[in-house]
Design a protein around this ligand. Structure first.
Ligand SMILES: Cc1ncc(COP(=O)(O)O)c(C=O)c1O
Length: 378
């Protein structure tokens, strides 16, 4: 059987990882500033993580959501503590798209309405509703096309206000990334987030913060949008939550009430996934990784801003976008194949840094050094 060919692949076979480094089958070491797309939060094969998942595997890996699972309560407890939102309710699932799909569905159940506001360049995943709220017509299949999603310009308070004035009572939810990832690391302004909060409150719509990529400490705060005391009604998360184990979740305000059968999943919240999620939360707390993301992220951003050839540097914490002119389109490729540094990309020519939250100052310096020299070659 052949693989279904949807990914343009780099000809590299990664066989091992440790901390912020990965290794190919020839033994070549790579600095991983991509984290397998913002997934590796506490570093590859972290010893505490490996032990907790392994120990759990020896006990029980899976049982269905028809029984009480103490580990789910432990995840809820630690997640509430880490985020400061102890009175929210936790629903566990398996991926970012699934988290957003459930969040949008929940908003519609809660309000009895159908319309959703999403933003230009947003990415919310590839399942039915999540992909409809994603601003990329190429990946929306005809069956997922719907008039229920209204796309507005990102960070445009006036457009948001006008839309609410015209059809505010039809709107079930506003879904927004605190920092757009796939959209090229665009940071939502505090005023924009405050406007979303006040309008959703006024019109009794649900504020959904898609924290799948920018959440879980990556921005230097547990949730990227929680500046100025702003709180969303639902936070969705995945990626960094399991450090590579597929686990996603929704943190849901207590104003939204559950009923039996409203949401559900076979695999979500299984014992093994909970063990992985617990290990991640324990390491984040024990090693002060959110603070590290804030400090090393701020350092990287300020150093990158000093480099001439860069058009713009954007980001928060360890979610950083570097805008390069189009004529430097080969820099990212050379970083990988000549300097052995993994980074991400976004259109038109953005380098995305999404490393593990325990990136050290010396690894940040190593990148700055190699990157500066690389830019000088062009
Ligand atoms: C902001 C955001 N939301 C949702 C998703 C979808 O997550 P998943 O690929 O786990 O379904 C992604 C994935 O890149 C994302 O960046």
């Amino acid at each position: 059987m052949k693989l279904y060919d949807v990914y343009p692949l780099n000809p590299i076979k990664i066989v091992k990882g440790k901390g912020t480094y990965v290794y190919d089958n020839k033994g070549q070491q790579y600095l991983d500033l991509y984290g397998g797309h913002a997934v590796i939060s506490i570093g590859h094969t972290h010893p505490h993580y490996v032990k907790r998942v392994e120990d759990q595997l020896h006990k029980i890996g899976f049982y269905s959501n028809s029984i009480e699972n103490v580990l789910q309560h432990q995840v809820a407890e630690l997640l509430g503590k880490a985020s400061g939102l102890t009175d929210y309710q936790l629903f566990l699932c398996n991926s970012g798209a699934e988290a957003n799909e459930n969040a949008l569905k929940l908003a519609s159940f809660h309000t009895g309405r159908k319309k959703v506001i999403a933003f230009h360049n947003a990415f919310h995943g590839r399942t039915s509703l999540a992909v409809s709220a994603t601003d990329n017509t190429k990946i929306i299949a005809p069956v997922n096309q719907t008039d229920n999603i209204v796309f507005l310009p990102f960070n445009d308070e006036e457009a948001l206000e006008n839309t609410f004035k015209i059809s505010g009572y039809e709107i079930a939810a506003v879904i927004v990334e605190g920092v757009q990832g796939v959209g090229g690391i665009q940071v939502a302004t505090d005023n924009f987030l405050a406007k979303i909060r006040s309008l959703t409150q006024q019109y009794e719509a649900v504020f959904i913060a898609d924290e799948v990529q920018c959440g879980y400490g990556r921005s230097g705060a547990f949730y990227s949008i929680n500046s100025n005391g702003i709180q969303a009604d639902i936070y969705t998360m995945a990626k960094g939550m399991g450090n590579g184990f597929p686990v996603g979740a929704l943190a849901i305000t207590c104003q939204i009430k559950p009923w039996y059968g409203q949401l559900g999943t076979t695999f979500g919240g299984n014992h093994l996934a909970c063990a992985a999620a617990l290990a991640v939360l324990e390491v984040i707390e024990r090693d002060n990784l959110i603070e590290n993301a804030a400090v090393i992220g701020a350092y990287l951003i300020s150093e990158l801003k000093k480099i001439d050839k860069i058009q713009e540097v954007r980001g928060k914490g360890l979610m950083i976008g570097i805008d390069l002119p189009l004529e430097l389109k080969n820099v990212q490729r050379d970083l990988l194949f000549k300097d052995y540094i993994f980074t991400g990309t976004a259109s038109p020519n953005v380098i995305r840094l999404l490393p593990a939250l325990n990136l050290t100052q010396s690894d940040a310096d190593l990148f700055l050094d190699k990157f500066t020299s690389r830019l000088q070659q062009f």
